[in-house]
Design a protein around this ligand. Structure first.
Ligand code: GLU
Length: 421
């Protein structure tokens, strides 16, 4: 495996966690390789009648604890290495939350913002046509991720139903409510992180009014801004793919949400209500108490970690902090609530959706919130305790916590021969 690969970096965390547990080295070896990664080229017809092809993948990283679970990302920079790494993180995330799932992930190398709605629909259906044989409610269950949403999940569920000849809502989560989606799935990623911060606020010594900087203003970024602002915290800076805005007195969150709703960048609010333009590169170093990376991988790296002023980082994105940056931040005393715990609210409510689909009985939103809060608090507290007991970071503690569960399941399966791609 190349040393500069994303998966290689992710495995550093596995090796680190393994030093704190006495487990069979075979278990670690098994977790170092994806079980299967399928690559296809999707060919779709564009609106102008031409045909265009897009690379696409689905990785089932590990299914020891249950069917593989994880989103599908549409992004121009998607690679096989990134998909496998995201699937590795899903394996640990589901184990952290004790969900009966393994980890998977999919991607299409495309910029969906450059496609028409009809083209995105054809691409989404083509994805399911290509991968239907490896998906299934007991096999591999996709969901939304970067630049995919409930509308896309609806098209995908519809395509799958046509292929298998019957409605099979539990094959995919994050669907529109009308097609068996769950209440509370829309803001679940941010809400899970919000419950976690609230629960650990006393232990972390957090101020009752925090200044918050949010990097990335998609689903997770928008909802965390709304939830924290409603509790009286001040959102002092946010960025999206076009730039950043800041206001030491606090940004007007409603104005930012309205801009996004209208399809505009957060930077379109500059000049109103004290919003000032900021370079997106400078967001990580903004003077604040809480930094929330809510975009892509490797946003905090060796080059900018020293500029971080926040005392707490809530990783709503997957893999936003590199291992080198981890060390720099730990030396500065910055606490990181790691991705595999902090953003696990999304997959947890996906699990609730799958359960509801299978039982054909749907829960009220209050029940979703209560169950999500209970699980975030239970697992967050357990990881906090591991971190205190072993004197390790919250990230290492989360990996130790998950690895214990994964090892137990791998051993319980017996001496099967493992096969990986
Ligand atoms: N894409 C989300 C994640 O990275 C959600 C996955 C899911 O719901 O299966 O956790």
């Amino acid at each position: 495996m190349p040393e500069d690969s994303l998966l290689h970096h992710a495995l550093v965390r596995l090796d680190e966690a393994a030093t704190h547990l006495s487990i069979d080295p075979d278990v670690i070896e098994k977790l170092k390789y994806a079980r299967e990664t399928t690559k296809v080229r999707l060919m779709i017809r564009m609106d102008d009648g031409s045909r265009k092809s897009f690379l696409a993948w689905r990785c089932r990283y590990d299914d020891t604890r249950g069917p593989t679970k994880g989103g599908i990302r549409f992004h121009p920079d998607a690679t096989a290495d990134e998909v496998e790494t995201l699937a590795f993180w899903m394996t640990f995330k589901c184990a952290v939350m004790n969900l009966p799932y393994g980890g998977g992930k999919g991607a299409v190398q495309v910029d969906p913002r450059k496609l028409s709605k009809a083209e995105v629909e054809r691409l989404s259906r083509a994805y399911i046509q290509a991968f239907a044989r490896i998906l299934g409610p007991d096999r591999d269950i996709p969901a939304p991720d970067v630049y995919t949403n409930s509308m896309i999940m609806g098209w995908m569920a519809d395509e799958y139903a046509q292929i298998v000849g019957q409605a099979e809502p539990a094959v995919i989560t994050g669907k529109p409510i009308a097609l068996g989606g769950s209440l509370g799935r829309g803001d679940a990623t941010a809400r899970g992180g919000y419950y976690l911060v609230r629960h650990l606020a006393g232990d972390l010594g957090l101020a009752s009014t925090m200044r918050v900087a949010i990097q990335g203003f998609g689903n997770a970024g928008q909802h965390i801004a709304r939830l924290l602002a409603a509790d009286g915290h001040k959102i002092v800076a946010v960025s999206d793919s076009e730039g950043a805005v800041a206001s030491p007195a606090g940004l007007h969150v409603d104005m930012l949400l309205q801009a996004k709703e209208a399809g505009r960048s957060v930077t379109s609010t500059v000049g109103q209500g004290g919003h000032e333009l900021l370079s997106a590169r400078d967001l990580v170093g903004v003077d604040c108490d809480l930094l929330v990376p809510a975009a892509l991988e490797n946003m905090v790296d060796a080059a900018n970690a020293a500029t971080v002023k926040a005392k707490l980082v809530l990783e709503l994105a997957n893999g936003p902090v590199t291992p080198e940056a981890d060390r720099i931040l730990a030396d500065k005393g910055v606490i990181i609530l790691p991705d595999i715990l902090a953003n696990a609210g999304g997959v947890t409510v996906s699990y609730f959706e799958w359960v509801q689909n299978r039982q054909g009985f749907y829960w009220a939103v209050e029940e979703i919130h209560d169950r999500l809060r209970a699980i975030m608090e239970r697992e967050g507290r357990a990881i906090w305790n591991v971190s205190r007991d072993k004197g390790v970071t919250m990230r290492t503690a989360a990996y130790v916590h998950a690895l214990g569960r994964l090892a137990e399941a791998i051993e319980a399966h017996g001496t099967q021969s493992f096969f990986t791609s």
